[in-house]
Design a protein around this ligand. Sequence first.
Ligand code: FES
Ligand code: FE2
Length: 379
Amino acid sequence: MPDDFPLQSQTPDALMLFGFWYRALPSNQLSRGELTKTMLLEQPLVIGRGQGQGRGRDRQGQVFALRDACPHRGMPLSCGQFDGQQIECSYHGWRFDAHSGQCKLIPSLVPEQTLKIDRIYAGSYPCEERDDFIWVFIPDPGPAGAGFTKPAPAPMPAPEIPKFSEHYKLAYLTADLPCSVDHGIIGLMDPAHGPFVHQAWWWRTQKSIHEKQKNFEPIPYGFRMSAHTPSSNSAPYKLLRLYADADSITTTIDFVLPNLRSEIIRAGKYWFSSLTTVTPITRHQCRIDVVAAWNLFRWIPFGPQLLKFVFAKFVEQDRRTMELQSEGLKHNPHLMLIDDADRPAKWYFGLKNAMLEMNKNGGEFRHPMSGPVTLKWRS
Ligand code: FES
Ligand SMILES: [Fe+2]
């Protein structure tokens, strides 16, 4: 990819990457025996949580995801009745096993009609819970044998936040962003907006802007900002170093396709770990979910609230910025990616292109980075 490739031509219509796990919704938003409607990568989904009765006990509380369209005539299954194990379509009463999608009953059949109903399936997606979030694996929407396709298992486990001790706290934040997943992701990795968007007296001001130098290296399907002692221009880091009584604080930030940004901060025996995702809902709309785990300040009763407050502020500043940006983007302006501050964004597009290319033509994944790189910018 040429270095001065304009951004606009890289995102003609925000292609989405199929064949990955995506966050769907926080676990606590779905109770047992409940259904909820959602959308991921323009796929309408109904997500539910089982409620065991008799032999279904092993499915007690387990989550599932089905395509929100009855294989009979397309009625959204989310409009149906759910008894905790089966969903009954509200149009003609066909019943489906909620976890496998397999058809269990077609009420209109008379005894001598021998239609093999167990061969009929409502589209079913692998669905798992990790770190208080429900994840759904979205396969390529290929020409599956509509209505007769058994659910296939996901080829890899759902992503998980790395944790470094037995006890820890967990909190999440989520915000809808009115932009394509690409703008959401490059906004997330953009080092130059900090002093302008994220100003706060306790964090930093525009005056604290200074030259930075960071080392990056390629990792499988992504890149890493190598461990280092974080810049000393922010009060929370100073506080952390003091509190942890550690000589150094190491931070590692990884970005990995399709949409995962993980950040690990370690200071002595203390750690803070977060996994942020930007999930395409439609081509023009995405959602950012930040989930953090930590063992710092566990003894402070309001620790999680405090952290949530800090993160919520950042996320809200980003959300507001992207909302305003979407106004400008409506008219399809020319866009630029400059060195070095926008280099991570270039890598993101390079990685994404490599993935699309590999999915289309097979062959090896052609990583856009050939080795470690040092970037410099002022922020
Ligand atoms: S559309 Fe669902 S049973 Fe007919
Ligand atoms: Fe930001």
